[in-house]
Structure formats: structure tokens, C-alpha cells
Design a binder for this molecule. Structure first.
Ligand code: F2R
Ligand code: MG
Ligand code: MG
Ligand code: MG
Length: 352
């Protein structure tokens, strides 16, 4: 029903903001990323004793959310993908607030996009890294509005939309494939019955089916590459979920935790899946959404982006009611995210 859809659309959009805002306190600050330390920050957020609330929006969002907002606004205002409009929004948003923690090289794209004479808005991205394109996670970190917009469409529609949104800044095949993986992860979470326990094997099987096709197509273009790294990581996740406990060191080594798409999207998906299994530590009494965020940050490295991507998936599955009010109150942009979610429902219903 529509009420059920609202909780999951809002959960996904708000979940991404929460992961970004809380994760940003820990980005590239590995020694701080112990569970007890992360829980100290959470305790600060939840400390509402004596009727005193935390300052509204105290936790600031970064480039991840700034760009997701532009994606949402552009899809909503144009009722679909409009490359020029979306490129303009990315670039203007960067010029307006350049200090949101953007990637080191993507700002070159934003500057080139300012040129009113520019005919092909995909051109600056193709020129990055001597024509190789960026393999950063900047495409994946902002993609959450796309699977919501595509809710009533098929996977092919979702993949095409995702690819186009990504290619405005990221043209490397690993960035595109990683963004499609994140899009699929959110889309499948949204469509999965959350009244029964999550079947992590089935969820991974669905992702693998699509990624296998994508990576096989990719191999034809990349003759020197003879492996399918996203499929490999999905297989490792299945293996890890069958084990009692896997160390963060091993997860970092195999799944990654850096600013590349290949080194972060798998960590986000794993954080969501791990949250559906029991914990015997400090996370024991937390709900699935809370577990996802705290666990994602404990992966260290690019914590805002990993937690944001994990939050988008977890929010799509567990819904907005799983995100504590105090967390929403403390994170800048959470209320706006709910409003975007509601508009995306209306449009996705129109597209039926
Ligand atoms: N930039 C950051 N975090 C570091 C600074 C923030 C810190 N809190 C502070 O204030 O100091 N985070 C944000 O960046 C990531 C998204 O980056 P995006 O949009 O993908 O940018 P870019 O520049 O395209 O790529 C990022 C870096 O990846 C390496 N790289 C990418 N493609 C490459 C290629 N083909 N060859 C070699 N290297 C490549 C480069 O080092 C890029 O600078 C998110 O974490 C977001 O939160
Ligand atoms: Mg960021
Ligand atoms: Mg770049
Ligand atoms: Mg980041």
C-alpha cells in the first residue's frame, strides 16, 4: 500500500543523509572507528535528558548529500533525466558551497561544467585522469533518488538512468558498475518483503545475476582484465555471512574501504546484510538500521560514504520508523530528504 511505500522511500532518502552526517565525523580517521567510540557519538546524539534536545541539524552533511539533493531535485522538476539540468545543478551547488568535502579531482569537472559554451555535458568527465575517467565513489554516493524514481520500472530502466546520472562526473567502467550495484541494492531492498527475515543469500543472488551480465559486457571492452571484481566480492560476502565473525581487517582487505567505487560499494552492502544477523557485542540491542550505520562506520576509511550508501539500502528495507527521531533531528538535511522522498513516490506512481 501507499503508506508502506512512504515509510520505505523516506527511510532510504533519510537513511543516506544520516549515514553521511554521522559517518563524516569519522572519515579517514581510522583510529577513532571502534564500536565503543562510534557509540559515544551516538550517545551524544541520543542525549535528550531533562527535555533538552540536541541542537537541530548539528551534524553537517557533506558532498554525498549535497549531490543526492541535486539528483532528487533534477529528477523531480524534470520528471525524468535531463543531463544539462542535472550537470548545472551539480556545478552550481559546488560553486555555492565548495567546502562540503568534495573529491580532489571531481571539482575540475564542476569548473568545466560552468562553461556556457559547453555542448556535451559528459565531455569533462570523460577527460578526467587522462581519458580514463574517475573510478571514485562519487557516482554511487549520490544515487539513492534513482532507484526510488524507478520503483515502478524495470531493472533495465534503472540501469540506464543510473549510468546517465553517473557519467556526468564519472566515466570509468568501475564507477559506473559500482553505482549500478548500489542502485540495484536499494531497488531490491525496496521491493523485498520486510515482514519476514531477510534472505541474504537470495538478495546476493539477485545482485550477482545482474552484475555478472554487466561485468561480462565490461570484459569485452577491457581486454587486459580477466576477472569480475564485483562478482568476486559478492561471493565473498556470502561466505562471510556463513561465518561466525569476520575481522574488520579481513573485510577491509577483501571488500575495501576507500574512495573508489569498487573499494566502498561492497562494504556498504555487506554492512546492511550483516545487520540482519545477530550481534553479541554492544550492537546487540540496536535495530537493523542502527546496526547497519554503526557497523558501516566501523569499517573505517571512507566512513561517510560507506555509511551513507549502507543507510540508503537499510532505510529502504527497514523503513523510516527504524531511524530514531533523535538521529533525524541531529542531522542536517534529514527533513528535506523526507520531502524529496514523498515527491519521488508521486512521480514514480505517475510513471506506472
Ligand atoms: N573527498 C572526500 N574525502 C576527503 C576529504 C574530506 C575530509 N573530511 C576533509 O575535509 O579533509 N570525500 C568525498 O570524496 C569521495 C567522492 O569522490 P569523487 O566524487 O569520486 O571524486 P574524484 O575526485 O572523482 O575521485 C576521488 C579520488 O579517487 C582517486 N581516483 C579516482 N579515479 C582515479 C583514476 N582513474 N586514477 C587514479 N586515481 C583515481 C583520486 O585520488 C581522486 O581524487 C567521497 O568519499 C566523498 O565523501
Ligand atoms: Mg562526503
Ligand atoms: Mg573525477
Ligand atoms: Mg566520503
Amino acid at each position: 500500500s501507499c503508506a508502506k511505500l512512504i515509510t520505505r522511500f523516506r527511510g532510504s532518502m533519510v537513511g543516506a543523509v544520516i549515514g553521511d552526517c554521522i559517518g563524516a565525523c569519522f572519515e579517514m580517521n581510522d583510529e577513532e572507528c571502534t564500536k565503543s567510540n562510534i557509540l559515544k557519538t551516538i550517545a551524544h546524539i541520543e542525549n535528550v535528558k531533562a527535555g533538552k534536545r540536541r541542537k537541530f541539524g548539528e551534524y553537517i552533511y557533506t558532498d554525498d548529500t549535497a549531490m543526492a539533493r541535486s539528483v532528487a531535485e533534477s529528477l523531480i522538476d524534470n520528471k525524468g533525466f535531463n543531463a544539462k539540468d542535472m550537470a548545472k545543478r551539480f556545478s552550481e551547488e559546488y560553486m555555492r558551497e565548495p567546502r562540503r568535502g568534495y573529491g580532489g579531482n571531481v571539482i575540475t569537472v564542476f569548473k568545466l561544467l560552468q562553461d556556457p559554451q559547453l555542448e556535451d555535458v559528459f565531455e569533462p568527465a570523460r577527460r578526467q585522469f587522462d581519458g580514463q575517467g574517475s573510478f571514485g565513489n562519487g557516482g554511487a554516493m549520490r544515487i539513492v533518488p534513482a532507484p526510488l524514481f524507478s520503483y515502478n520500472k524495470d531493472i533495465e530502466f534503472l540501469q540506464n538512468l543510473t549510468r546517465q546520472i553517473t557519467e556526468i562526473t564519472h566515466s570509468h567502467y568501475q564507477a559506473i558498475q559500482g553505482t549500478i550495484l548500489e542502485s540495484l541494492a536499494i531497488y531490491i531492498a525496496l521491493h523485498t518483503d520486510n515482514t519476514i527475515p531477510l534472505d541474504t543469500d537470495h538478495y546476493l543472488q539477485q545482485l550477482k545475476k545482474h552484475m555478472n551480465t554487466l561485468e561480462e559486457e565490461g570484459l569485452a571492452q577491457e581486454s587486459e582484465k580477466n576477472d569480475k571484481p564485483y562478482c568476486y566480492k559478492l561471493d565473498k560476502m556470502k561466505e562471510y555471512l556463513e561465518q561466525e565473525e569476520v575481522s574488520i581487517d579481513e573485510l577491509n582487505e577483501v571488500l575495501g574501504n576507500d574512495v573508489s567505487a569498487l573499494g566502498s560499494v561492497p562494504a556498504a552492502i555487506y554492512s546492511f546484510l550483516r545487520s540482519s544477523k545477530p550481534f553479541t557485542d554492544e550492537l546487540e540491542d540496536r535495530n537493523g538500521f542502527e546496526k547497519t550505520i554503526i557497523y558501516a562506520i566501523s569499517m573505517k576509511g571512507d566512513t561517510d560514504t560507506i555509511a551513507s550508501m549502507a543507510g540508503a539500502i537499510a532505510g529502504a528495507y527497514y523503513g523510516i520508523k527504524s531511524i530514531p527521531d533523535s538521529w533525524q533531528h541531529s542531522c542536517e538535511g534529514a527533513i528535506d530528504a523526507s520531502k524529496y522522498a514523498d515527491k519521488l513516490i508521486d512521480i514514480s506512481e505517475e510513471l506506472k
